[in-house]
Every structure is written in C-alpha cells, then in structure tokens.
Design a protein around this ligand. Structure first.
Ligand code: ADP
Length: 279
C-alpha cells in the first residue's frame, strides 16, 4: 500500500522512511540512555544506502526500530507509506553473527528453506526459491553440506541466501561482513552488489567500515554521537559496476572516504574517538 507521500512522478518511490526517531533505553531509571536523538531519513526503492557512525551511536538500535523488532520511544517508521509496528513481510534482516543464525543440524538447503516453511509457500515453490537463492550467492553444489563444513564466508552466504529466498524487496543488514577476513569480505560485498542489481532489491546496510560504505552505497548516511541524529548524507556517484581495486584507487573514492572519515572523527571525539577506517 502506498500514499501520495511515497510516490513522485519525477523520481523513484520511497521505500523506508524514519521521521524524528528517538529511542531511550531504561527511561526513567538511573541507567537511562538516550540512544537515538531524532533521526530522519529515507531510502528510495532500488537504492543502496549505508549507515555509518561512531561506535555506540545507535546504529543497531536504529535498525531494530526500522525493522519493527523494537518500538522507538517516539517518532515513526513507514514502509511504502504504511506504518511499521512489527516486522513487515516485505523486509528481511541479515545479522553479523552467521554462526548463531544458521541451524548446525540442518543442511544448507534446509537452512535456506526453513523460514519459508512457515509462510504458506508450497514445496515446489520453496525448492525453486532455495535453488535460485543458492545460485545467486554462488553456493550451487553446496546445498547438501552442513554449515560446519563451510568456511565463515560461505556460511554468511547461506544467511544471505536465506534472506533472498524470502524474496523481500528490502534487505536490512547489520554489519553482515564484520566477522570475516578482508578477502572474504570483499568477495561478499561483490556478491551482494551483484544480487542487489540483478534482483532489483533495496538495501539498507549498517557498517563500521568507511571503505565498505563508500564502495557499496549510492548514499552514505552519517550519524552523530548519541543521542544520534543524521550529521550528513553523502551521495556516492561513483559509476557502477565498481571494482575492489580499480574503484578504490580513484581520486573520487579517496576523496569521498576522507569526507566520511572526517565527519565521523568529528562526531566521535566526545566518547569514542574512532581509529582510521573505523567508526
Ligand atoms: P552501535 O550499533 O552504533 O554500536 P547500539 O545501537 O548497539 O550502537 O547501542 C547504542 C547504545 O545503546 C550503546 O551505548 C549501548 O550500550 C546502548 N544499548 C544498546 N542496547 C541496549 C539495551 N538493550 N539496554 C540498554 N542500553 C542499550
């Protein structure tokens, strides 16, 4: 369902929107912590948006509010014009910790199929979706293995396949590649970009890695320290397809990453001064 506010004859339609989101943990207690301090931004359909900000500024809190997993203290979240108050069907989440998100006793194909079993999709359709999702992430041929027989990067591909098999328009990803080595991370980034473009997805991607945000996104949303608000939205107009070595060597990339890094350094001096390449 959509409203006038989500459509624009001259531009893309809005997917997800946050308006003046506040979240306070432990409100009224001595432990009170004002994490989100009025966050407003939106993501268009088909867009790839990255969120970066100082450590502890509330990126995960924001994703939890956006996905309907947690109610913000105040403010609104809408998906295609409809208020989000529980996890919408058209949205899936991918977390950092693939080890805890896969069932070790199920084979890869059964792990990918598992959430579909509870959504009323019949068996032949489930089998086809699993096949296509595993193909999309380059895991054809590994369907009958157990997660423990796969590398960390391959296990994270299974998590992504599971999200894709659900066929959501919108993927929310919370530092999904933070726990794999640098080379695996690069290849997972390229798998994600490939799937995003071929399958016409919308992606909102939280990361603490500035290079990753600039390499992947159409737009980088930079958050301030807590109580966090949007410090800046940087458009990344680097042409696609991007290449891990060539793109990162361009003056454009170097300048954009420096711009984001400066914003985060200035945002982070109060509590958690981040190191170079870290947010
Ligand atoms: P980020 O993802 O940017 O590192 P988080 O959203 O995880 O930040 O956390 C933001 C702040 O909220 C942190 O100071 C954290 O300690 C606090 N926080 C997170 N979850 C809870 C919770 N369930 N109860 C109380 N405080 C929390």
């Amino acid at each position: 369902m959509s409203t006038d506010s989500t459509s624009n004859e001259s531009g893309p339609r809005q997917s997800l929107a946050a308006a003046d989101l506040h979240h306070v943990y432990g409100k009224g207690t001595t432990e009170e912590h004002h994490a989100l301090g009025g966050i407003t931004f939106s993501v268009d359909q088909g867009e790839f948006v990255a969120i970066v900000g100082p450590s502890g500024c509330g990126k995960t809190t924001l994703l939890r509010c956006l996905s309907g997993l947690m109610a913000p203290t105040s403010g609104t979240v809408t998906l295609e014009g409809t208020a989000v108050d529980s996890v919408p069907k058209d949205l899936t989440l991918v977390f950092q910790d693939y080890r805890r998100s896969l069932y070790p006793w199920l084979r890869v194909d059964a792990n990918v199929e598992f959430p579909l079993k509870h959504s009323g999709i019949d068996k032949p359709e489930r089998v086809e979706r699993v096949r296509q999702a595993l193909d999309d992430v380059g895991l054809t041929g590994h369907a009958s293995k157990y997660p423990g027989q796969l590398s960390g990067g391959m296990q994270q591909r299974v998590s992504i396949a599971r999200a894709l098999a659900y066929r959501p328009h919108l993927l929310l990803m919370d530092e999904p590649f933070a726990s794999v080595d640098a080379q695996t991370r690069s290849s997972l980034e390229d798998v994600l970009l490939d799937v995003w473009q071929r399958r016409n997805k919308t992606v909102l991607f939280v990361t603490h890695d500035i290079d990753e945000s600039v390499y992947l996104a159409d737009r980088v949303v930079v958050l301030s320290n807590a109580p966090s608000h949007v410090l800046a939205e940087i458009t990344i107009d680097i042409p696609r397809p991007r290449d891990q070595i060539e793109t990162k060597a361009t003056a454009e990339f170097v300048e954009l990453r420096a711009e984001v890094a400066r914003l985060i350094r200035n945002a982070g001096t109060r509590d958690h001064p981040p190191g170079e390449g870290e947010a």
